[in-house]
Design a protein around this ligand. Sequence first.
Ligand code: DGL
Length: 275
Amino acid sequence: MSDCLKDAPIGVFDSGFGGLTVVREIMRQIPNEKIVYFGDTARVPYGSKSKETVTRFSRQITHFLQTQNVKTIVVACNTASAYALDELEKEIDIPMIGVVKPGAKVAADVTQNGKVGVIATSATIGSEIYTTYIKKLKPEVSVTGKACPLFVPLVEEGLLEDPVTDEIASRYLLELIDIDIDTLILGCTHYPLIRNTIQRVVGEKVTLVNPAYETARELKLLLEEKGILQDKKPDLGENRYQFFVSDGAEKFKTFANSILKYGILSAKTISIEDY
Ligand code: DGL
């Protein structure tokens, strides 16, 4: 495998900021890699849109990332992974990985009592994709989904540790606590950012599964398997990370700098409808 391909960036996309939780894990687990990130900040949220619309948006982003010569694409958005990944995978010739399968696999592995909860956007819950994947691996596991649409705006407003978030989490999660789940999948990119609140509400006995962590792990395995993992350390001062958005580059930059250790130098706005 050519060094040129090893040196190519990984493309990552999401409907907005949330996918940065996946970027954060990729930076931690495979720090030699270059990343090109696209956040569709002009058209977020995806979680309340139709399959056709999310697939169309995801296709445009995939085309844009291909122009950046990425070696693989990570669909960091649960909703896009649920709605668009299967179709897009057939259309392009570079490997793609979503966040749903890795999260489902871990949940199926870690549950002891066979009762798994999934919290996500209305679209992801409606698609029943986590249930489908978990049942394929372990048919005896029961999976209960709960859409938590208010979590995304709460996170975007920065209310990560706030009584309002506590109150809403208590209401959303009550029915999952009542049925005695022992594993809970954080099936939306934003939810790892309110992980502490969620853990407090469901109690320490419930294992939280963060698909972002598992996705980065599987990405590393995929790159190794294909012989395209970057084993060379980056040159000093080299800018390895590029961020693109469809709107609000300054706001994106501020948010990104609050959750990534690496200081983002710039985020560029592009017209994604052109791809
Ligand atoms: N990124 C989305 C997801 O993981 C959450 C935000 C949205 O609804 O677009 O499903």
